[in-house]
Unconditional design. Structure first.
Length: 276
């Protein structure tokens, strides 16, 4: 039975060859995997914080600048801070995806025409503006900014706890998600000269219930300050004119920002501003 004996001899040989080839393939794949370079990490989005003021300077601005760096850096952003108007140039702005204005009021006084034009052009090319608290104070002489923001300052309250109402249509937005339809929060609440509700491209995220606090402090009660009534937006976003705009009333001082909600609110506002 010579033929059967030969078959028995050939089969073990084939088995050895197959095993050897499989082992070689595994080793080759492992070598290729080790040799393949890791995919390059996406470059960090850059944020320029500008905190120069043309009018009243909030005492907590320096602390808030530091807080913004400490909060945004671990969230994946590269943050620079300046108060120097000379830094607001087309060349400098082109390096950033977000310009964050920390209580930067009355910019028509602080920035000259070329500097304001640099911001306008940068925004129209897709820049993201994130604005805190008193950034919407005394901006009516900069018509472009006033129109984009949608309102200006009338008066404000003292630091008080109030009921916040999340807009039902935007309750899933990351900047407000996870706190229920209503919640209590402490801050200085600003009354604006008009509501922004209904403006093109604008979505209100939060409103404050004026029945739960005193909306006008004594200083402004004697100077004609007015509450806003039932429609009092305190945070909104807008896609309009080429870029993205985000505003929050939080930030008069660090107490209103340095909370779980405050950190989420600002981080996600900045993230939204860099989206395309």
């Amino acid at each position: 039975m010579p033929h059967r004996r030969n078959s028995l001899l050939i089969l073990p040989c084939l088995t050895v060859i197959v095993v050897a080839l499989a082992t070689f393939a595994e080793k080759s794949a492992a070598v290729e995997e080790q040799a393949a370079p890791a995919p390059a990490a996406a470059p960090a989005k850059r944020v320029l914080v500008f905190s120069g003021t043309g009018w009243y300077r909030h005492p907590d601005i320096p602390r808030t600048n530091s807080w913004l760096v400490r909060v945004l850096t671990p969230a994946g952003f590269e943050v620079d801070v300046t108060e120097t108007p000379a830094d607001i140039t087309p060349e400098r702005l082109a390096q950033y995806q977000v310009l964050l204005l920390n209580n930067a009021n009355e910019l028509s006084t602080l920035l000259n025409d070329p500097q304001r034009k640099a911001i306008e052009d940068w925004y129209k090319q897709g820049g993201g503006l994130v604005t805190l608290h008193a950034t919407l104070v005394h901006q009516t002489k900069w018509q472009w900014f006033y129109d984009l923001a949608g309102c200006d300052f009338d008066s404000d309250s003292t630091f008080q706890e109030a009921r916040i109402v999340v807009d039902p249509e935007n309750q899933e937005h990351p900047a407000v998600k996870g706190h229920g339809p209503k919640f209590s929060y402490k801050a200085d609440w600003t009354n604006h000269d008009k509501t922004v509700t209904g403006l093109p491209g604008l979505k209100v995220l939060l409103r404050v219930d004026e029945s739960t606090y005193d909306p006008v402090r004594e200083y402004f009660k004697t100077r004609g300050g007015k509450a806003m009534g039932k429609d009092h937006p305190i945070a909104w976003l807008r896609v309009h004119g080429g870029g993205r705009f985000f505003y929050t009333e939080l930030g008069h001082d660090l107490r209103s920002l340095d909370t779980d909600f405050g950190r989420q609110h600002v981080i996600e506002g900045v993230r939204w501003a860099v989206e395309k």
